[in-house]
Design a protein. Sequence first.
Length: 395
Amino acid sequence: MTRSAPDSCPGVLRLHEAADGPLARIRLPGGRLRPDQLLALAEAARDLGDGGIELTSRGNVQLRRIGDAGALADRLGAADLLPSRTHERVRNIVASPLSGRLGGLADVRDLIPRLDDALRAAPALAELPGRVLFTLDDGRGDVSGLGGDFGIHAVSADDYALLLGGRDSGIRVPHAQTVEVLLAAAHEFQGLRGERWRLHEIPDGLARIVAALGVEPADDLLESPAPQDIPIGWCTQDDGLVSLGAGVRLGALPGRTAEFLAAVDRPVVVTPWRSLVLSDLDEWTAEQVVRVLAPMGLIFDAASPWLLVTACAGRPGCAKSRTDVRADAAEAVTEGRISPNGTPRPGHDLAASEITVPGRQHWSGCERRCGRPRGDVTDVVAEPAGYRVTLPSRA
Ligand code: SF4
């Protein structure tokens, strides 16, 4: 596959001209945010954007309707959210959100800044396409199935499988060498890719990179799952403190809610499932957070139907959209038409009010289905005469 159009992924220094105004995407390696950075984002959204913060499927965030791009870059730079002007769009790194706090085989937290630093120090990698994704999975299998280009997946406390194009390459590396090997693979990709944006688009890309790395692969390969493994609610950490997983309705975090979260003064992770993890809380504080923020719309109940539904930007943000899909999806949830169990039925030319879909589902304003999660997801797509519901097996 070759591309006729240049890579146009938005960033902070290159905004996307959305139908409702300029849009900025801010990379957050590992989804990690200090409280002061979350507050800076909330204030920037309030003062320079539409007031909200959108969470993306790569654990990044977006601000819409940016009125002063220069002022935004200045503010984000002051908050350490724009550490590179040359590499800002290639810092797409997702990592297991709970790593080092509970579960997993290894602790990948230190690898996030190390990989970010190494990426930014490599001049040739400034030209990586903005769609390239790095995944750091601590062995629990939550992010290896997200379709990354270059990843590591812990197979023990100190050993990792190198994933290429989301598949196990057979190469095994110790913790200390993971960043070096990921960078070497990314450099090889740059040499091979031509106009291609993703590793899986290169014929025999995995085998060619393995050969170029000159490492003998193992025969015993891992399967890469695509689990829907959203940490929601109360999670007791190994050290006795608490992490709270919070779902965010359709990934739209109101700036005011973000300000409350920042005031808790604990580390925040934006997950690739458009949710948040607030960590290192004592029990009393965790209870107060739930008591205050649940009424503001954050979801701490893993059975909430909101967690089943994702949606593209739709109208008014996207000119291609046939309708306001987010409003239609939200109405379906609030009217009780989304349930966890049941058998979805296909249909077409449906009014929004007729749609009753069980299970995971993605609503789109056109056939492109932007932001669709991986795995078994029912598609609800706006067509000229109404919505079409397509079963997961046909997606
Ligand atoms: S799926 Fe279509 S309508 Fe939705 S954001 Fe993508 S291009 Fe726009």
